[in-house]
Design a protein around this ligand. Structure first.
Ligand code: M6R
Length: 604
């Protein structure tokens, strides 16, 4: 998704803007640009392609104030002319979001004599602000935005003064406070090098950076109160620390992230889970009739495992819905329904819309997210932070396993309150949970074996991932991860569904990853393995360390440590992540920034 940055201070703006934009590269983009206020007025440079291409064509620019942008094309092709900043007279603008009444505004501005040079919706923001500008940029921005329907995080620069004004509605935007210098950006990772004092902007807020000060305004231009949060992520956490890719670094970080999410939340001694962040009363939890999980992509796959846990452990009927479908479907919801929204970024537009929709029906809501201060965290009354640290690779890895642990803890918490789990069982399960980090390390130690299998099958055109019960969502996640970063077509299937269609395309050329850890459906899974082997498929099984049976059935086996069978998805996920990583590596793919994808999907 588009990234925006802005700077006003005592240093040269251009290197800071470029550096901050590079830190937003992971969001995905196809063109980039900057506008800097110099003695000669505002100078704008932009290009299609990478930030390095923009950098290569920048002259020496002397200016202490500017805005920058990475564009992820939505309306209009990814060309230089469509790249941001867009300019109208003295005004330049960068924007993330969608102007829904673009056609109407385009016509209106044409009638007012404004000519459009790009195909983008953003250009209307430049013209509107130019039209209303009478010496006060804040007021011009507000007047322009009042005419706009849609979503925006937008930053404006005017040739008249050293000031950046930015505004937000439903697209992420933060301001950063430094020493005599101030910043705006789409997210915290862009600013960690410069400041950890952050203002999370709310919808319809406007911020002005000028003269070493920041001032917030409401949508009527009244000064608003500034809440400064101090971030505990550091810059090292957002850099590669010697790994060739963020994805590999983040896969390895799961040893720590799976541990960190449990800190202060788990008491192995009395088998209790302490979740101070959950404000639902015991009575409300006892009376819950239904849970609806809303999420997209990898977070949706985590939700499918959540369903097994909420139903199996806490006895609460649970549905899992893709957010983009949920927001436009008919609902049967009420105040005894709990909505659990799962989103790594906390900024996924469809998931935000889904939770708002559910709240309209009076549902209680819990958000599971990794980003402190994200919009989702502000929408839900209960926020379960996954504390996994910044995830830069577009492919979600450590945040997925942290989401799983969040769901285990929530399910145990509910199960205990609803008296569906005795203390012995919860003690055992929590003890097993706390052993997961060490087990993840054991899997990471066998990475060469996984790499060998990944390389062996890296020329395959189609891959299948099969699983049953809790392993079925892992199969979906394995397929998603592989296609996302290696571009190999992959399908995740419930193994019992094979005979209902997909078996027709299984052949010697379709490697099958069978997630076959011990469970009540283990024998059924062996049958499914035999079915695909009989059609010539090569089977790579993910199985328990002590499983001797599997060798007779699969062509190759990746073994994972033996744990409580409920917790297997955390371990087998690490295997499928490494498999995807090494397949993409063997194929020379741009692992951290796969084509056409963005880290955070802030538009519908
Ligand atoms: O930030 P979110 O968890 O809401 O993002 C949802 C999906 O876009 C995301 O999980 C996506 O599927 C991953 N990049 C896949 O690795």
């Amino acid at each position: 998704m588009c990234g925006i940055v802005g700077y006003v201070g005592k240093k040269q703006a251009t290197p800071i803007l470029i550096d901050a934009l590079k830190r937003l590269e992971y969001r995905g983009y196809d063109s980039a640009g900057v506008a800097v206020l110099t003695d000669k007025g505002v100078e704008v440079y932009k290009t299609e392609g990478r930030i390095s291409e923009l950098e290569a064509q920048l002259p020496d620019i002397n200016g202490l104030c500017g805005i920058g942008h990475t564009r992820w094309a939505t309306q209009g092709a990814p060309t230089t002319i469509n790249a941001h900043p867009h300019v109208s007279g003295n005004i330049s603008v960068v924007h993330n979001g969608i102007i829904e009444n673009y056609n109407e505004l385009h016509k209106f501005l044409n009638n007012e004599g404004y000519e459009f040079v790009s195909e983008t919706d953003t250009e209307v923001l430049a013209h509107l602000t130019n039209m209303y500008y009478k010496g006060n940029l804040v007021s011009a921005v507000i007047q322009g935005l009042k005419k706009v329907k849609g979503t925006y995080a937008a930053a404006f620069l005017c040739g008249d003064s050293k000031q950046v004004v930015a505004a937000r509605k439903e697209s992420p935007l933060i301001a950063g406070i430094g020493n005599g210098e101030n910043f705006i950006a789409s997210d915290v990772t862009a600013l960690l090098k410069y400041t950890r004092d952050i203002v999370y902007m709310h919808d319809y807020e406007i911020v002005s950076l000028a003269g070493g000060q920041i001032q917030l305004y409401d949508f009527w231009g009244n000064p608003a109160k500034t809440h400064i949060d101090s971030i505990d992520w550091n810059i090292e956490a957002a850099e590669k620390s010697g790994y060739p890719h963020f994805m590999l670094k983040e896969i390895n970080e799961q040893v720590t992230s799976v541990h960190d999410i449990m800190m202060g939340r788990v008491s192995k001694l009395n088998g209790d889970v302490a979740l101070d962040e959950i404000k639902l009363s015991m009575e409300e939890i006892q009376n819950l009739e239904r849970i609806v999980i809303v999420a997209c992509g990898t977070s949706y796959n985590a939700g499918l495992i959540g369903k097994c846990l909420f139903e199996g452990l806490a006895g609460i009927h649970t549905d899992v819905e893709v957010s983009s479908e949920f927001r436009y479907s008919n609902h049967v919801l009420g105040d005894s329904t709990l909505v659990v929204a799962i989103s790594q970024s906390g900024e996924t537009a469809d998931t935000l819309a889904a939770i708002r929709e559910a709240k309209n029906y009076g549902c209680r809501a819990i958000a599971i997210t990794n980003v402190v201060g994200a919009t989702l965290a502000r929408e839900a009354e209960n926020i379960f932070y996954t504390r996994a640290g910044p995830e830069i690779g577009v492919a979600a890895t450590k945040t997925f396993t942290s989401q799983l642990v969040a769901l285990y803890l929530l399910a145990i918490y509910f199960a205990r309150i609803r008296k569906r789990m005795d203390m012995d069982r919860s003690k055992r399960l929590l003890a097993s949970l706390t052993q997961l980090p060490g087990m993840i390390q054991q899997i990471l130690n066998s990475k060469d074996l996984i790499k060998k299998q990944a390389v062996r099958f890296s020329n395959a055109k189609d891959y299948f991932f099969l699983g049953r019960s809790l392993n079925y969502p892992v199969a979906l996640e394995g397929a998603l991860k592989l296609k996302e970063i290696s571009y190999i077509h992959a399908e995740g299937y419930a193994a019992g569904e094979l005979k209902h269609g997909p078996l027709a395309i299984i052949s010697k050329d379709t490697p099958v990853v069978a997630i076959a850890t011990r469970s009540p459906t283990y024998d059924k899974m062996l049958n499914n393995i035999r079915e695909v082997k009989a059609r010539g498929a090569q089977v790579l099984a993910i199985a328990d360390l002590n499983d001797a049976e599997i060798d007779k059935n699969a062509d190759a086996v990746i073994r994972i440590p033996v744990t409580d069978e409920l917790l297997n998805p955390v371990l087998s996920s690490v295997v499928v992540q490494l498999l995807a990583y090494y397949s993409a590596y063997a194929l020379g793919c741009p692992i951290d920034k796969p084509r056409n994808l963005a880290k955070s999907v802030t538009v519908e």
